[in-house]
Design a protein around this ligand. Structure first.
Ligand SMILES: C[S@@+](CC[C@H](N)C(=O)[O-])C[C@H]1O[C@@H](n2cnc3c(N)ncnc32)[C@H](O)[C@@H]1O
Length: 294
């Protein structure tokens, strides 16, 4: 049985906790608040409160981790419609993460009902109640997503939350987004915290229209967006600012590629670097100077 010791809870600014991954060299959430991030960048950006007015909502949580995006989604949906049935799939590589996340200080952020759901999912990888059918698929999401494609699972909302592209490029490629897009319902929304041009162009290459997640009232001076929304309907999305649109014409917008959906991170990064070096697109430093971005 894997040790739970590596996962030491670290407080974030809103009082909720996160973990730090030594393997990926990154925290699981924004330091400004793990719980706040789950509500703003995922539950709100996918318009779950509106979707919860239906009797049934389908969710896909890519990189389930501590389960915060799932938890914020369930809190949002059941606050609007307590009888709404939720079908949920979570994809996660490391089962020790959700297990470590059900230790006492970490669960306290959530309602008793949602705490029970997170415990069940962590312990048995499933949770079935009259208003929830949840399954956690453990393994590399590049493989586990294929089960969902075969089942023609169609999510109303997809939470897309891997470590950053430089740390985990294998989950930000055109090929992986293409599989994820197959699991998005025609009127569904995908949300991610990333505003990187390479991520946005990979989403577009996978057939998604993209919009920005507008800044919240409190944001750091260098920020211009809280992330990206993908859907099949451009009309319904918050438009990218001219500065963000020009970002997509620079070398930063060259997407990551993983033709066989099995390459290690270093191979994907090297391929990306080579493609950037040969590119005739405008340099990203020019774009930064033009828009006075540090
Ligand atoms: C930024 S954290 C996700 C945080 C999570 N959404 C939450 O609310 O706690 C990234 C997660 O992706 C998982 N992960 C890394 N590589 C993966 C892969 N190839 N397939 C599936 N999950 C992966 C990590 O174990 C980690 O739990």
């Amino acid at each position: 049985m894997p040790s739970l010791l590596p996962w030491i809870p670290q407080p974030t600014d809103d009082g909720s906790f996160t973990f730090f991954s030594e393997e990926f060299g990154e925290a699981f959430h924004s330091r400004q608040g793990a719980k706040a991030e789950a509500f703003q960048k995922f539950a709100q950006a996918t318009e779950l409160a509106q979707k919860a007015q239906k009797n049934h909502v389908r969710l896909l949580d890519v990189c389930y981790g501590l389960g915060y995006n799932t938890a914020a989604a369930l809190e949002t949906i059941w606050a609007v419609n307590p009888t709404c049935h939720v079908a949920l799939y979570g994809l996660e590589l490391d089962a020790t993460v959700p297990q470590a996340a059900i230790a006492p200080p970490l669960l306290a952020s959530w309602s008793p009902t949602v705490q029970t759901v997170l415990q069940q999912i962590a312990q048995t990888h499933t949770c079935i109640t009259p208003r929830l059918t949840a399954t956690l698929l453990v393994g590399d999401a590049r493989q586990t997503i294929q089960t969902l494609c075969q089942q023609v699972f169609q999510a109303d909302a997809i939470f897309f939350d891997p470590f950053s592209p430089r740390r985990c490029p294998q989950l930000w490629t055109i090929e992986f987004f293409a599989l994820v897009a197959r699991c998005l319902a025609p009127d569904g929304r995908l949300a991610t915290y990333s505003r990187a041009a390479a991520v946005r162009s990979a989403m577009q290459a996978a057939g998604l229209a993209i919009g920005t997640i507008p800044l919240s009232a409190t944001h750091l001076p260098h920020e211009w967006s809280q992330g990206t929304i993908g859907s099949f309907d451009q009309q319904t999305l918050p438009t990218l600012a001219p500065m963000e649109q020009e970002h997509l014409q620079t070398r930063a917008a060259i997407p990551y590629r993983d033709p066989t959906l099995s390459d290690p991170a270093d191979v994907i990064l090297e391929r990306h670097q080579q493609e950037q070096a040969l590119s005739q697109l405008e340099s990203t430093s020019n774009w930064r100077r033009r828009w006075q971005i540090q």
